[in-house]
Design a protein around this ligand. Structure first.
Ligand code: UTP
Length: 226
């Protein structure tokens, strides 16, 4: 089984990117035989709603609960793109339902689950639960760099790295000021490290790299493994 963590900003940078949804859906249909579980992030709507909740006096738990609804809306967008005729696509409520559906051969598209987590963590957890072969992380960045490539032109991209190296890098960026965040959150890093789940980081818009990563073939991103 393959778990894809699809960054919310790819699906919904402000409003749904229908062209992108069609492309990623096509790729999931094409690779269905691998056993697909896609986890969709919240994108801009999740941030907008969480911020509105805070301004209204809601606490972080409520902001998270609301943001989870955005991640689930994005999951529904992706299932619609995969195809109305395909009754084998499901948006599960929790990890158990996701696991049952995946084991029965359905394409699973899930959003967030529990307040306090991120969809990267959800992807790592469902991969751990199902002994997935690999995780493919799709984002706007084409791999893991030794510093933020958007801020540092000389940033160097890793082709391969160990779980330990990844956790160290995530720790270093955690220590920096708020606002700079690592490509994969610390909780997700620790889950893949403890269960040694091979994880590929690719630019989600580079469909060739996405396909290659799903199939465990060489690509232009970063592979984290033991
Ligand atoms: P993500 O942060 O995972 O989505 O979830 P994203 O849009 O892919 O993130 P970026 O911007 O591309 O990095 C959005 C929000 O949903 C809540 C959190 O508030 C999180 O910030 N969430 C998500 C949860 O509370 N629990 C979950 O299991 C997942």
């Amino acid at each position: 089984m393959i778990v894809l963590s699809v960054g919310g900003s790819l699906i919904n940078p402000g409003e749904p990117d229908l062209a992108y949804l069609h492309k990623i859906a096509e790729s999931l249909r094409h690779n269905r035989g691998l056993g697909i579980i896609a986890v969709t992030g919240g994108g801009k709507p999740a941030r907008t709603y969480a911020e509105a909740i805070r301004k209204l006096g809601g606490n972080e738990f409520k902001a998270d609960e609301t943001a989870i609804l955005s991640t689930r809306q994005n999951a529904h967008l992706l299932t619609a793109a995969i195809g109305r005729k395909d009754g084998h696509v499901i948006v599960p409520q929790d990890f158990d339902e996701a696991a049952r559906a995946a084991l029965s051969g359905r394409i699973v598209v899930m959003g967030g689950t529990i307040p306090g987590l991120t969809t990267d963590a959800d992807a790592a957890l469902i991969a751990e639960k199902l002994h997935a072969e690999r995780i493919v992380n799709l984002s706007n960045v084409d791999g893991i760099y030794d510093s933020d490539p958007r801020k540092n032109k000389g940033a160097k991209k890793y082709k391969n790295m160990s779980f330990g190296q990844m956790v160290q890098l995530a720790l270093r960026s955690d220590e920096r000021t708020a606002g700079t965040h690592f490509i994969f959150d610390m909780f997700a890093c620790k889950i893949i490290a403890r269960s040694r789940i091979e994880t590929h980081f690719v630019n989600g818009k580079n469909m060739l790299d996405v396909e290659n990563a799903m199939r465990g073939k060489a690509h232009g991103g970063t592979v984290v493994k033991g």
